[in-house]
Design a protein around this ligand. Structure first.
Ligand code: AMP
Ligand code: MN
Length: 196
């Protein structure tokens, strides 16, 4: 999958009508809590267990009726996470990066990230059980452990050994680094440990 740079306000029109467009978002919030009263959570980062057994980000295909990419993404978020997602309305300012997929189908993907307060994020989690797609497209929201436990593998390294849809794992790592949610050296150590 090649990365494409987002150019204008509506770059989705650039790749041509044969490409479907998909938008996904990483929602996160700072957390003061500690696991076992000892290991700092630091940030809550949301992903979801998908219908296909893989982990991915909330979002999906934007259809031609959606007036913009973000409109389509917000519609998908409401379907997958419930109406409480209103607090997390994604805008153009939350855009991070794009990707292009040629096989098995032509898709241009747009990736976003949005910071919420912990209260907002927890409200959203609580409401997600009543979302239209809960138990269908979405098997559940999950929080990504950002720490590494004393055994050197538990936490983020073990999480990275899961199966991810498309390039969701690369998107996760890119965002954790660029948003400063995990220090770069810790991130590299976790990636290394996940491969051992
Ligand atoms: P969805 O409706 O969420 O399954 O997403 C629409 C399309 O985008 C599907 O064909 C997925 O295979 C693909 N997709 C979903 N998430 C990602 C991702 N993070 N990276 C690449 N492709 C993805
Ligand atoms: Mn989806």
């Amino acid at each position: 999958m090649a990365a494409v740079r987002r150019a204008g306000p509506n770059p989705g029109s650039e790749p041509g009508p044969e490409y479907k467009r998909a938008c996904h978002v990483l929602l996160h919030a700072p957390s003061p809590h500690k696991v076992f009263g000892r290991v700092p959570v630091r940030h809550v980062v949301l992903m979801q267990m998908r219908f296909d057994g893989r982990l991915g980000f909330p979002g999906g295909f934007v259809d031609p009726r959606d007036s913009s990419l973000e409109e389509g993404l917000n519609r998908e978020l409401a379907e997958e996470m419930g109406l409480g997602v209103g607090v997390a309305r994604v805008t153009e300012n939350d855009y991070i990066s794009s990707w292009v997929m040629e096989h098995p189908q032509k898709i241009v993907g747009y990736f976003y990230a949005k910071r919420l307060s912990l209260e907002q994020l927890e409200q959203l989690e609580a409401g997600a059980l009543s979302a239209k797609e809960h138990g269908l497209e979405v098997m559940g929201l999950v929080r990504v452990p950002l720490y590494t436990l004393r055994d050197g593998v538990g936490g983020l390294p073990a999480f990275l050994r899961n199966n991810f849809i498309g390039n969701a794992k690369e998107q996760l790592l890119e965002a954790l680094g660029s948003l400063g949610l995990v220090p770069q050296n810790k991130l590299q150590e976790a990636v290394q440990a996940s491969r051992e």
